[in-house]
Design a protein around this ligand. Structure first.
Ligand SMILES: Nc1ncnc2c1ncn2[C@@H]1O[C@H](COP(=O)(O)OP(=O)(O)O)[C@@H](O)[C@H]1O
Ligand SMILES: [Mg+2]
Length: 406
């Protein structure tokens, strides 16, 4: 991870923020309680859906149709791998989710929502899913491979963005949120790690693992979930929430882009939650009056008083001069173009992942061995699923663990 984080030394607070947990990113949290409905395992190894948009053979798509090339990232339920579809030689991102981990953390409904949302959204600013299938113990989502890197990568490298650059990303994100909200979906995990940049420099939102469908009209959601630094006050209070939470997170994200750290950050999580609920947002001297104004409109504790209507936000003076119609067609020139030499260029991905030997990864052994309960049991060490500062999942090398198992 050295290359990614060496730039952080000058900002100790942020370095701590990044390194104190899993050495990389903030973890999402989710306190869902679900009953034991098991939609996925009921269908056994059968494929549950196929979304075929690329003229691939009509036989059911399965994991054998893809060659594993590189690990791109790891999350709480599995990993994301760059794969090549053998028949077409097309490159995709494959998100692999372990059913046991999902069940253990009561995430079945969220995983189902993730798949459904990916299938149903149709926006240039949302990553597109091409297939979804499952094996006995894993779920697979095949998506566009977006290779310009996470916004996280670029923001950490440059520490801050100027207002023009931030405005462009925030404006494209607003179009993504507007699309989701119009379809009754609240996103709930807006953060730099979940915003990908394509090879031209436009953004695409990924990771619908915490999203909620069917939130329309006066409906509210109640699950305590999100990522601490970007959590809206009404989620912390547990009073019910709606799409306005995404606009709170958007405010936190814009602040982070302009200031280099999120608005209410504290290493002490309880203090951070207190800050979110009580502390007035501190505007930096270099913020323009328009930026201060939109931040003060978005980071409002009372959701009813928050700027949370896309049309109203688009008219805000911070976006003066933005041609929204052109933006929606991806016709505005991005402020930065990633320097990638081709689809397989992984320079914007963390070497900690991409240099991992794919043959040694647990999922490959697991796949080759069929349903490997020993491995599954071993991997799901309870300590890995405790939501704590010391969450060990990502810090432990799963390869080390694996080698003890075989
Ligand atoms: N379609 C994609 N193209 C390229 N990289 C991706 C894609 N989807 C996910 N990733 C990478 O994998 C990481 C983890 O994926 P994500 O869906 O956010 O999983 P998690 O729910 O574990 O956070 C992302 O932060 C990103 O770096
Ligand atoms: Mg994520």
């Amino acid at each position: 991870m050295g290359c990614l984080f060496s730039c952080l030394d000058k900002n100790k607070d942020l370095s701590d923020r990044l390194l104190n947990k899993d050495g990389k990113r903030y973890e999402s949290i989710d306190n869902t309680v679900e009953d034991d409905m098991d939609e996925f395992s009921k269908t056994g190894a059968k494929q549950i859906i196929v979304v075929n948009s690329s003229g691939v053979p009509s036989k059911k798509v399965s994991v054998e149709d893809f060659a594993f090339l590189k690990v791109l990232g790891k999350g709480s339920f599995g990993k994301v791998v760059m794969v090549e579809q053998r028949a077409t030689r097309k490159i995709y991102a494959m998100k692999i989710l372990r059913k046991d981990a999902i069940k253990k953390r009561n995430q079945k409904l969220h995983t189902k929502a993730e798949r459904d949302i990916l299938e149903n959204m149709n926006s240039p600013f949302i990553v597109q899913m091409h297939y979804a299938f499952q094996s006995h113990n894993k779920l697979y989502l095949i998506m566009d491979f977006v290779n310009g890197g996470e916004l996280f990568f670029h923001l950490r490298k440059e520490r801050k963005f100027n207002e023009n650059r931030a405005r462009f990303y925030i404006a494209e994100i607003i179009l993504a949120l507007e699309h989701l909200h119009n379809k009754g979906v609240i996103y709930r995990d807006l953060k730099p790690e979940n915003i990908l940049m394509d090879s031209e420099g436009h953004i695409k939102i990924c990771d619908f693992g915490l999203s909620k469908q069917g939130v329309e009209g006066d409906t509210k959601a109640y699950t305590f979930c999100g990522t601490p630094e970007y959590l809206a006050p009404e989620i912390l209070k547990g009073v019910g929430h709606d799409k306005a939470v995404d606009y709170w997170s958007l405010g936190a994200l814009l602040y982070e882009m302009l200031a280099g750290a999120p608005p209410f950050y504290s290493r002490d999580r309880n203090q951070m939650f207190k800050n979110i609920l009580e502390k007035p947002v501190e505007m930096k001297a270099h913020f323009s009056p328009e930026a201060c104004s939109i931040l003060s409109g978005l980071l409002v504790v009372a959701p009813a008083k928050r700027l949370s209507n896309a049309n109203e936000i688009k008219m805000h003076q911070f976006f003066r001069g933005v041609d929204w119609a052109k933006l929606a067609k991806r016709q505005l020139k991005p402020p930065f173009r990633p320097n990638v030499s081709g689809i397989k260029d992984l320079k914007y991905f963390d070497k900690m992942f991409t240099e991992e030997s794919i043959n040694e990864t647990p999922m490959m052994k697991n796949m080759m061995a069929g349903v490997d309960n020993t491995f599954v049991g071993f991997t799901y060490d309870p300590r890995k699923f405790v939501y704590e500062e010391s969450d060990e999942y990502a810090t432990n090398s799963t390869n080390d663990l694996l080698s003890k198992d075989h």
